[in-house]
Design a protein around this ligand. Structure first.
Ligand SMILES: CC(C)(COP(=O)(O)OP(=O)(O)OC[C@H]1O[C@@H](n2cnc3c(N)ncnc32)[C@H](O)[C@@H]1OP(=O)(O)O)[C@@H](O)C(=O)NCCC(=O)NCCS
Length: 154
């Protein structure tokens, strides 16, 4: 990701539909941390573009603080008009390859049990992530935190 991609990424965050106001703000805060200093090690961001160079999706991940070899996927989103065409799969393949390059052994994704995240959970399962834990009523009453993981052997 480079600064010129920010408006397209902001539009994706705005338009995917299932992010709350605070979630949108947080997603863009991480984008700005990355754009201010792409060499910092906490947050990495990649964008996926189409043949014309237009941004279709992005992913943000980084090493989980105070662990050895665990990584968090902080955000992933594909523009609604581009969903279902393999963009998310490509983004995840890139993230996983980078985690493996650094000898990562675990990729962790936190998501919500809300119905609006049902498709997202289907996507993670399809890509081989398994539910590792659930905290009931974490985000709100009736809105659990689901933790999905993939382990890499090393
Ligand atoms: C989740 C998301 C990133 C998936 O991106 P995408 O580009 O549409 O996904 P892909 O087209 O690469 O799909 C990859 C695989 O997941 C499957 N998949 C995608 N959406 C799915 C769904 N709703 N239910 C079940 N499987 C699904 C696809 O069938 C595909 O499988 P295949 O390659 O074997 O055919 C996208 O739907 C999105 O941006 N959602 C809103 C934002 C969000 O919830 N982000 C995560 C929280 S941070």
């Amino acid at each position: 990701m480079v600064s010129a991609d920010r408006p397209a990424v902001a539009a994706i965050v705005r338009e995917v539909g299932n992010f709350s106001g605070p979630e949108k703000d947080c997603a863009l805060e991480l984008v700005d941390i990355y754009l201010r200093d792409a060499a910092q090690r906490d947050y990495r961001i990649i964008v996926a573009t189409n043949a014309a160079g237009a941004v279709q999706g992005y992913a943000c991940w980084g090493p989980t603080p105070m662990t050895l070899g665990a990584y968090d996927l902080y955000w992933i989103a594909t523009h609604p008009r581009a969903q279902g065409n393999g963009v998310g799969r490509e983004l995840m393949a890139h993230v996983e390859s980078k985690v493996l390059e650094e000898n990562g052994r675990l990729l962790i994704i936190e998501t919500s049990s809300k119905e609006s995240y049902g498709g997202t959970v289907g996507f993670y399962r399809r890509l081989g992530y398994e539910e590792a834990s659930k905290i009931r009523d974490f985000y709100d009453v009736g809105d659990d935190k689901l933790v999905y993981i993939k382990r890499f052997s090393r």
